[in-house]
Ligand binder design. Structure first.
Ligand code: HEM
Length: 217
């Protein structure tokens, strides 16, 4: 960023660079961290889901020799664990939505939207659409089996040309986290119905303290 220039040879200002680094830190770190936190919460609340994730991860763990790290083939086998992560992202999306500018006049649901208007698209309410997610309040990772939800109904990473460029990296870090956590521990949350706050992504107010139960060797 220090050396990059635009087409006219102009460098970015320090303020611009600071803005982009902050965006990357919040966008790249807090989002995935919040997802991992909520995975812990849901897995402790749904022991049957935890057991299936555990089985999937242990099958992969057992196929590795001592000290061998995960590879891309292992990540591709974590299908159920990713369905669980997607259902967590559906119910507790870290990014609540974003803005778009109408590039042309159009009519949506009977509302006339003039060119140039700023529009807010909401992740959370899109994920609560009963037509696409029956009983939307229910935690049900099986929604993501087979071909999964229809296009643009599940949008934790946004959609279209401005979609999150870190999506695949996020999948990698979330699944590596799940693998290393569940193969060592079962866990339970310590504060029932812990309050959620926006910081700016949604997180448990007390940091989701948990009790860890190491698996017997
Ligand atoms: C669970 C994790 C993540 C979630 C839920 C998430 C979600 C999002 C969403 C909703 C957007 C806006 C997309 C749009 O406007 O259509 C976005 C943009 C972005 N994300 Fe992520 N993100 C995650 C992880 C990451 C990671 C790990 C990185 C980088 C390492 C990253 C970098 C970015 C950047 C740079 C943008 C702006 C893209 C642009 O404006 O062209 N994100 N993300």
């Amino acid at each position: 960023m220090l050396t990059a220039t635009d087409d006219g040879g102009k460098r970015m200002s320090e303020r611009d660079i600071a803005d982009k680094i902050l965006g990357l830190l919040v966008g790249g770190h807090d989002t995935a961290a919040a997802t991992c936190t909520f995975i812990v919460k849901f897995l402790s609340e749904f022991p049957d889901v935890y057991d299936r994730v555990y089985e999937e991860q242990m099958e992969i763990a057992r196929s590795k020799s001592a000290g061998e790290v995960l590879n891309w083939e292992d990540i591709k086998k974590m299908k159920y664990s990713w369905n669980v992560a997607c259902e967590v992202l559906r119910l507790t999306p870290p990014v609540q939505g974003s803005f778009r500018e109408a590039t042309t006049d159009f009519i949506f649901n009977g509302f006339s939207i003039p060119k140039g208007w700023k529009l807010y698209w909401s992740v959370a309410s899109t994920h609560q659409n009963e037509k696409h997610f029956p009983k939307p309040e229910k935690f049900d990772p099986s929604r993501f089996e087979g071909s999964g939800p229809d296009p643009y109904t599940f949008v934790p990473f946004g959609g279209g040309p401005k979609m999150c460029p870190g999506q695949e990296y996020a999948r990698l870090e979330i699944l590596v986290f799940v693998h290393n956590l569940v193969k060592r521990f079962k866990f339970e949350t310590l504060i029932p119905d812990e309050k959620m706050i926006a910081n700016p992504v949604a997180v448990p107010a007390n940091g989701l303290p948990v009790r860890l139960f190491p698996h017997k060797a």
